[in-house]
Ligand binder design. Structure first.
Ligand code: HEC
Length: 199
């Protein structure tokens, strides 16, 4: 008992002692020498720690209606996947309460449609040539009432750039690709490696 208490106290002190040091080292800790394609789980996690708060602040800094609240929603994957050779950005998608349960079934049989009012918001970032994290836009899909945007699967595509401003996009640009996921209500879903297990 006494030892457990002592060990506990020591752990608290070492945490306190460690805190200022990690802050002082932030800049170099967030410079990566490995190529993005070679990232393994610890690198992916470390990079996410570097960008997490920055994204929340950036997308929300102009009070954007989704950019300023999406981090209060649930995350739809265990974490960002390694983009590998398929794309150059790390991605992590949040779902609002209306969307979450349906989305994380990752359905692909074609006979379903996400509930009206579903919102999915996807963070994006990468490593630049200097090995430093670089934020991309927060990409958003909102499910509209049936018939409101039939040619785009009744999805409204939008985004917020890292300055917190509306990211200008063309509905057809986004849907030309998303529409290919025709049995998935136009959803791409996270990489298999990071999907949540059935709950
Ligand atoms: C070249 C194909 C392509 C284009 C173009 C594209 N996306 Fe995606 N999108 C994907 C894929 C693939 C995924 C799933 C990847 C992942 O999350 O790991 C995805 C995921 C998403 C998600 C998370 C929900 C989901 O589908 O699972 C959102 C939100 C999103 N995209 C928004 C957009 C917006 C907004 C645009 C237009 C600016 C856009 N996308 C353009 C392929 C595309």
């Amino acid at each position: 008992m006494k030892y457990a208490l002592l060990a506990g106290t020591a752990a608290v002190f070492s945490l306190l002692a460690f805190q200022p040091q990690t802050h002082a080292e932030d800049a170099s800790a967030c410079t990566f020498t490995k190529a993005q394609d070679d990232f393994e789980q610890p690198d992916i996690d470390k990079l996410y720690e570097c960008v997490k708060d920055q994204m929340k602040e950036s997308y929300g800094k102009q009070g954007h209606e989704i950019g300023s609240i999406y981090t209060t929603w649930k995350v739809t994957a265990t974490g960002p996947a390694n983009p590998g050779t398929h794309g150059n950005r790390f991605l992590l998608t949040y779902a609002n309460d209306i969307a979450f349960d349906e989305y994380v079934k990752y359905q692909d049989e074609g006979n379903f449609s996400m509930p009206v009012g579903s919102i999915l918001a996807k963070e994006s970032y990468k490593i630049d040539k200097e090995g430093k994290p670089r934020l991309g836009p927060l990409l958003i899909m909102t499910k509209l009432e049936a018939g409101k945007a039939a040619e785009y699967g009744d999805w409204l595509y939008s985004g917020v750039n890292p300055a917190g401003k509306e990211f200008k996009i063309s509905q057809s640009f986004c849907h030309d690709c998303h529409g290919l996921f025709e049995d998935q209500d136009s959803l791409g879903y996270p990489d298999f490696d990071v999907r949540l297990k059935a709950q």
